[in-house]
Design a protein around this ligand. Structure first.
Ligand SMILES: C[S@@+](CC[C@H](N)C(=O)[O-])C[C@H]1O[C@@H](n2cnc3c(N)ncnc32)[C@H](O)[C@@H]1O
Length: 394
């Protein structure tokens, strides 16, 4: 995790700017009547059109600044640049840091590399969508995109050099129908509207034999895949791991409906780097394809997540209950508060469904209350939680 340890100083004047980073405000942890609480600070910044927070904590007699772990900023090169800009503008006397660029830089302006917020707020296409999860070197993704120019492809990958390599090919070949996202595929599907996807390819996922909870396939993932797939849309697993194959067929054959086809050593038009390796070793390759039969209810990506604006901040903070409030199918946990000034507060909270809790900040001042970094996804649990949060803020 990129961070800088530096000698304690006056922290930061805001608003201010250094290079491409605009520092909007500084917030200090509210002590909730605990005079011994060691202050922690949040710094709000904007970079490349994205807002996020840095955390400043005391470390021994010094300060440590790093990216706040709720307001994710990707790729990691952006975090490093923002931290270095922070150190410059605060004239920090650096004691140690790991924010030097390591050459794994993705140009954030790359046309076909999208931030996850793009899929929440702006993604819109009339085209059919195909998704490839963990595209690696991108051989299969690029082959498919060239063969199907009318399909919009979304490539998900968490390995930065692989994304770079794939995007280089996209540029060289002039391919216009791939969007790449650096995001965990297990969490991505919920940003896609229902019944829009023709195919989801999961080719040679990491089997995670020792850490099965990290596998792409799970009941939740399969249900989300079925929701985004159109009728006759397919979720395609290709693997060399017999254990992963058995695990996935077990999950899929426990579904109430659906068609499953299984192949062994089926030839595809393109052989990925991994497949090449396994074939040379004489390993079996298994395909398990799930076909979707039903249309699903559309998720409403446009729910109104605004707040009423009248709040007595002082009273609210004094009475804030920091215990989680658990309801039947959602919860709300007001965790912490950071004071920007007498009239402005940053509230940290976790809420939503139990199996996918969402941590966020709410920025509260007299004229505006809003979710920092944009609204939550309009899942039913988040909508219920939002209604409850509105009541708690009154
Ligand atoms: C074994 S490689 C296979 C790459 C490619 N599909 C192929 O056949 O050559 C698995 C890839 O999945 C990516 N990956 C692993 N977990 C992921 C996740 N949760 N979301 C997106 N990509 C993931 C890894 O970074 C890696 O590039």
């Amino acid at each position: 995790m990129p961070h800088i340890i530096y000698k304690k100083n006056n922290i930061l004047e805001t608003p201010s700017q250094c290079e491409d980073t605009v520092f909007d405000f500084l917030a200090k942890s509210y002590n909730f009547n605990n005079e011994n609480r060691i202050p922690e600070y949040k710094v709000a910044l904007k970079r490349d059109g994205v807002e996020c927070l840095l955390t400043i904590k005391s470390k021994d007699d010094n300060f440590m600044v790093k990216a706040d772990n709720i307001t994710r900023l990707t790729p990691v090169s952006l975090v490093k640049d923002a931290l270095n800009d922070f150190a410059t503008i605060t004239k920090a006397e650096i004691l140690s840091s790991n924010t030097a660029s390591n050459g794994e830089k993705i140009d954030p302006k790359k046309e076909y590399l999208k931030d996850i917020n793009y899929f929440v707020n702006d993604f819109n296409t009339d085209k059919e969508i195909y998704i490839e999860i963990g595209f690696g070197s991108g051989r299969h993704l690029i082959h498919q995109a060239e063969k199907n120019p009318d399909i919009q492809f979304i490539g998900l990958e968490i390995h930065t050099p692989s994304i770079e390599q794939m995007l280089k090919q996209v540029e060289i070949k002039g391919i216009k129908n791939i969007l790449a996202v650096s995001y965990d595929a297990r969490l991505f599907m919920e940003f896609i509207n229902s019944n829009r996807v023709g195919k989801i390819f999961v080719h040679f996922p990491v089997p995670w034999d020792k850490k099965p909870h990290r596998r792409i396939y799970s009941n939740e993932f399969i249900n989300e895949a079925l929701r985004v797939l159109k009728i006759d849309g397919k979720l395609e697993l290709r693997t060399d791991s017999r254990k992963y194959f058995d695990y996935c067929t077990d999950l899929l054959t426990n579904l109430p409906t659906g068609k499953i086809t299984i192949d062994i050593n089926k030839d595809l038009e393109v052989i990925s780097k991994y497949e090449d390796r396994w074939r040379k070793q004489g390993k079996n390759i298994y395909d398990v394809v799930l076909t979707n039969y039903a249309n699903d209810e559309d998720i409403n990506l446009n729910h109104d997540f605004s707040f009423d604006k009248n709040i007595n901040l002082d009273k609210f903070l004094k009475n804030m209950d920091r215990k989680a409030e658990v309801n039947e199918d959602y919860f709300v946990h007001l965790e912490d508060a950071y004071v920007i000034n007498e009239k402005t507060v940053l509230l940290k909270l976790t809420f939503g469904s139990f199996n996918k809790p969402l941590s966020k900040y709410i920025l509260i001042n007299e004229t505006e209350i809003r979710y920092f970094q944009g609204n939550p996804l309009p899942t039913s649990a988040n909508i219920k939680a939002h209604t409850r949060i509105q009541e708690l803020l009154k």
